[in-house]
Write a protein of this length. Sequence first.
Length: 104
Amino acid sequence: MYAIFEKGNHQFKAEINKRITIDYQGDIQAGTKIEFDNVLVVCDGDNIKVGSPKIDNAKVIGEVVSTVKGPKLTIAKFRRRKNSKRKTGHRQIYTLVQINEIVS
């Protein structure tokens, strides 16, 4: 069984007991229950429900595990013949969520 839901501008595929990374939620602590009610598709074997645009009374329930950092991105700026170089890096912070239940 899986569900596809929307959070912000991103769509995620959720399966029970799987972990997904969503955008950083600063006000939510680890161990907190979180619900995603903008469910687009629910598939249970051969039974598939598709919303237009979302399914009423369907939700994905999960628990916040922790906050994690994404991979390091290296940004290099170079201007030719000017003796000008700059190198910086960035690591995005994400919230790790464990999916516990899919209600359809």
